[in-house]
Write a protein that binds this ligand. Structure first.
Ligand SMILES: [Ca+2]
Length: 510
């Protein structure tokens, strides 16, 4: 199968996969489908096939994957921040179930008995490998006992880790390279910087991650291989927006379209909403004062295109491998991003900008299509289980999307629920977004008339029934916040956590 040309090879692919699934292999055994698990970081709906950006964004590879599988156009993260979003996807449980609400939580010492997606596949005889950022990237989030092989990030050439604290105990502090800050905006600091680094393309961490993935696929020889679960987690377009110059060259400043912002948009927000909008606004203020808003948007677009290009290498390698016809491919982003909408910079809000994500499921035997039903990335784990014929897990909060893969227009009365920190949630239905904060503050938006979420209808009597119905989907009980990193002593070489109070040891190595 070629992922490059969408017409004839696709038909061929269906025929082949239909034969594979109907008749099995010559030896009588039904081959398990492989899983290529692709993720990107902080990528909002600004990919061409989702149309979130009002200008031109170059994402030919995500677009071609979207043509091959089911493109979910109303997909949302479980939580709009890296660690809680990824922990929810990979454990199949909402933050309100696990208490993993923020980046300061390690998941394994708090949930020592949980079976994650990679572990579940490993328990079913899969060869499980990964590279890059799958769980949250900081040390301790990719325990070796989850994988047969894992290529971790180093940030070796990336000034980000040269901040106050080291995210990676195995990395070394080195001085900033000449030219830093590359954006020219001094007050933004290391995390918000952008530009090309003075290194070769293949030295960027994401290139190392995709090279690992490509090599894995190239080494596959055919029928005798165990099925694989292969995870490839790209760090871009997460900050800092460091990508090779050629991706910046795809965009000129003249063509950059700034996101639409309405004067007075924040006037009808409750206090908790105002607080989220204001969080880290200083970076946005600095960018505007330096007259670099368009430069920053260009850097974000360049980072999207860079990630897309690297995903293209992986898709090409899959095309050429003996596994091309028997591999489920999924692509997701852990959450979205604000570039000035609602006067906000960064993520960590409950609005569309932070929660809507690219999400594609491409499964052998299922027709391509577009699905506009609201779905959650929490649904990914049960979906993979059903597609691969693995045991389902009762504790999961999501629901298999296989009915939507069969028929993207099937009745689906389940909205997507997004949680951010304890007690704050958004509920996204086909048409509406309802938000309720921990202090009772509420927002309601009608996407049919207000796609930018500018008019809060929470106080509108004619929307009382909608508000009540959507509010019913918010968790009644919220787990207490899990102990944060300070509660444990982590030994990164032995991969053990010792609970400072109880002395209990959790092991991340077999
Ligand atoms: Ca993220």
């Amino acid at each position: 199968m070629s992922l490059r040309s969408p017409r004839f090879p696709l038909l061929q692919w269906f025929c082949i996969t239909a034969i594979v699934f109907a008749g099995g292999r010559a030896d009588g055994a039904t081959p398990k489908p492989n899983v290529l698990f692709l993720c990107v970081d902080d990528m909002k709906d600004w990919v061409n096939c989702l149309g979130g950006y009002e200008g031109q964004v170059h994402t030919p590879n995500i677009d071609r994957l979207g043509e091959r599988g089911v493109l979910f156009t109303n997909a949302h993260c479980a939580s709009p921040k890296c660690a809680p979003s990824r922990a929810a996807i990979l454990t199949g449980m909402r933050p309100s179930t696990t208490g993993l609400y923020d980046n300061g939580h390690w998941w394994l010492p708090n949930l020592p008995n949980v079976v994650t997606i990679p572990q579940h596949f490993r328990n079913h005889g899969y060869r499980v490998a990964g590279a890059g950022k799958i769980f949250h990237h900081t040390a301790g989030n990719h325990p070796p006992n989850q994988w047969d092989d894992f290529r971790r990030l180093t940030f070796q050439e990336d000034p980000w880790f040269r901040g106050v604290k080291l995210n990676y105990p195995w990395s070394k502090h080195t001085p900033y390279p000449a030219g830093f800050p590359f954006s020219g905006v001094k007050k933004l600091g290391h995390e918000n910087d952008w530009g090309p680094l003075p290194i070769e393309d293949h030295q960027y961490d994401d290139a190392v991650t995709t090279d690992f993935t490509v090599d894995f696929l190239r080494q596959r020889t055919g029928d005798s291989d165990a099925p694989f679960f292969l995870a490839c987690g790209l760090f871009r377009p997460h900050l800092p927006w460091y990508v090779p110059q050629k991706y910046f060259d795809k965009y000129t400043l003249d063509e950059i379209v700034l996101p639409p912002v309405m004067d007075g948009d924040l006037d009808d927000l409750p206090a908790a909403g105002l607080k989220l909008a204001k969080d880290r606004r200083g970076d946005f203020d600095t960018i505007r004062k330096a007259d670099t808003w368009k430069h920053a948007v260009r850097a974000y677009l360049a980072s999207i295109t860079c990630a897309d290009d690297r995903l293209g290498h992986v898709l090409d390698a899959l095309d050429k491998s003996p596994d091309a016809d028997n591999t489920i491919v999924v692509l997701w982003s852990d959450h979205g991003w604000h570039l000035g909408e609602k006067q906000h910079w960064h993520k960590s809000t409950l609005w569309e900008e932070s929660t809507r994500v690219p999400f594609i499921v491409c499964a052998p035997g299922y027709r391509p299509g577009t699905c506009s039903r609201p779905v959650s990335l929490l649904d990914l784990y049960p979906t993979l289980n059903e597609l691969a014929g693995l045991d389902s897990i009762d504790s999961h909060d999501g629901k298999s999307l296989v009915p939507l893969l069969r028929n993207p227009n099937v009745d689906w009365n389940r909205p997507a629920v997004i949680e951010y920190r304890r007690g704050n949630a958004a509920v996204r239905s086909d048409r509406y977004r309802f938000i309720r904060y921990h202090d009772g503050g509420e927002e309601l938006y009608d996407h049919e008339t207000d796609p930018h979420e500018w008019k809060n209808l929470a106080a509108s009597p004619e929307h009382a029934a909608v508000r009540k119905e959507l509010a019913g989907w918010i968790a009644k009980d919220w787990a207490p916040s899990a102990p944060t990193k300070g509660a444990f002593r982590f030994d990164y070489k032995a991969f053990t956590w010792t609970n400072k109070k109880s002395g209990k040891v959790t092991r991340g190595k077999d």
